[in-house]
Design a protein around this ligand. Structure first.
Ligand code: UDX
Length: 450
């Protein structure tokens, strides 16, 4: 099939490349010329395991900044652009609406074409997009009969994006149009049936999963995405709330999470306590859900509590540091980890960065390190007063305390003996509980977990 993917961010580029790999002819479109030029030379604009290798495969994958180049041969058009938060918590729909506008202005359907919203959009936006495109295409071409629409939310995780794209737990197709459903199930058939040759450079879950499909209406599909993301976020906040009580009462939170997770109804995932959740989905989606509810005069105290507990984790950590160092002005503090989670260079919406900023605000001298995110951080946070260090030991020199803010596996294998020699005072705050079960490694430190 001929596919167009508008947006080459995490969702768009992984979807485009995976669809090309399974045999479709795909064109990725983005307004960002720099990204498109990188992609044309088979380079990924984001750091994602296996993506560079996938982009250099021999397959039918092209890129352009001009939607008109490819829109009229497409069987399926994906809208996969960002929906970041507005200051009031609502999702910013300007990119989605502008993609819809571009489609509406350039599409001249001479065969069936299905327009699919992959971007995470508030409930009702699929229907709004459909209306806008239908009206304009009818005005220009006299008919909208060949147009079909579906919501198809995406659940990939950064750092595992390709693995999640090739081996998803489920597909959600939100459409009441049989043709759209049929086109999408045909398009994704090799993934739904897991009949494609597994790419060697993409991590495959063991056992290879059975992908499930749910066919529902667009409103339910939109809500499945928000309800799933926010449920995961509140699961983590619940674990963090329990961990705070365990800290007072005694007990081992890792064992408690493991014990809870042995119940199939609870499952062992997203129960890891620590500094809390960040990234480009959980924070924005929980705020968007709260904003949607507010618009309809509906309270969501559980979601609100998940957000509050997540914020409280940062305050708890700062308080722990103050309890040991007493004053912060002039203290030298090494932050290990800036990305919002390991295995990604994405340092946006990261609780680790919030901690570094707060320490700077309180006049501490803050050195920062990250195994992958340093280059991004140097650009995005160049005016935050951080001292960027390419090595953890450099960050630790003469420090009054070290804080592990992201659970990078690399930090387990640092020579902690050398780190202890480098610091001024051996306080180690492990805000991700990375070394909680390997205290031998850090026995030269006063160890404080979360
Ligand atoms: C998430 C969803 O998992 C994905 O399905 C959705 O499409 C996009 O949002 P992502 O933002 O890439 O993916 O990160 P994820 O791996 O879910 O982690 C989110 C945050 O939760 C990270 O900051 C991570 O450190 C934190 N986390 C995760 C915990 O604190 N504890 C856990 O047990 C799991």
């Amino acid at each position: 099939m001929n596919v167009v993917c508008i947006g080459t961010g995490y969702v768009g580029i992984n979807t485009a490349a995976a669809l090309a790999y399974i045999g479709h002819s795909v064109c990725g479109v983005d307004i960002d010329e720099h990204k498109i030029n990188l992609l044309k030379s088979h380079k990924a604009p984001i750091s994602e395991a296996g993506l560079d290798e996938l982009l250099s495969q021999k397959m039918n994958l092209t890129f352009t900044t001009c939607l008109e180049d490819c829109v009229n041969t497409a069987d399926v058009i994906f809208i996969a652009v960002g929906t970041p938060s507005l200051p009031n918590g609502h999702a910013n729909l300007s990119y989605v609406m502008s993609a819809a506008e571009d489609i509406a202005n350039s599409l001249m359907p001479i065969h069936d074409v299905t327009i699919v919203v992959k971007s995470t959009v508030p409930v009702g936006v699929n229907s709004m997009i459909e209306r806008q495109i239908r009206d304009k295409v009818t005005m220009r071409c006299g008919s909208d009969a060949l147009l079909h629409f579906s919501s198809n939310p995406e659940f990939l995780r950064e750092g595992m994006a390709l693995s999640d794209t090739f081996y998803p737990d489920r597909f959600v197709f939100g459409t009441e149009d049989d043709k759209a459903y049929q086109m999408l199930t045909t398009l994704f058939a090799p993934i739904i049936d897991q009949t494609f040759e597994p790419p060697a450079f993409v991590e495959m879950p063991d056992p290879r999963p059975k992908t499930q499909c749910i066919h529902t209406d667009a409103i339910s599909a939109e809500m499945i995405k928000y309800a799933s993301n926010v449920f995961l976020a509140l699961k983590i906040s619940y674990a963090n709330e329990i961990a705070g009580l365990v800290e007072k009462l005694g007990g081992n939170m890792d064992d408690i999470s493991r014990g809870m997770g042995m119940d199939k109804r609870i499952a062992p995932y997203f129960l890891k306590s620590g500094l809390g959740w960040g990234g480009s989905c959980f924070p924005k989606d929980s705020l968007a859900l709260l904003s949607m509810a507010k618009d309809y005069d509906y309270q969501m105290p559980i979601v609100q509590a998940a957000v509050d507990v997540n914020e409280r984790q940062k305050t708890r950590l700062i308080q722990k540091v103050i309890d040991k160092l007493h004053i912060l002005p002039g203290r030298r503090i090494a932050i290990l980890g800036l990305s919002f989670k390991p295995r990604t260079d994405d340092v946006r919406n990261s609780p680790s960065v919030d901690i570094a900023k707060e320490l700077v605000r309180r006049q501490a001298i803050v050195t920062v390190h990250d195994p992958q995110g340093l280059d991004n951080a140097r650009v995005i946070y160049k005016n935050e007063g951080f001292i960027f260090c390419t090595d953890p030991i450099e960050a630790a020199q003469n420090a009054d305390a070290i804080i592990i803010t992201t659970d990078w596996a690399e930090y387990k294998n640092i020579d902690w003996k050398d780190m202890a020699k480098a610091v001024k005072t051996p306080f180690l705050f492990d805000a991700r509980n990375l070394l909680r079960n390997e205290l031998d490694k850090v026995k030269d430190f006063v160890y404080i977990g979360m």
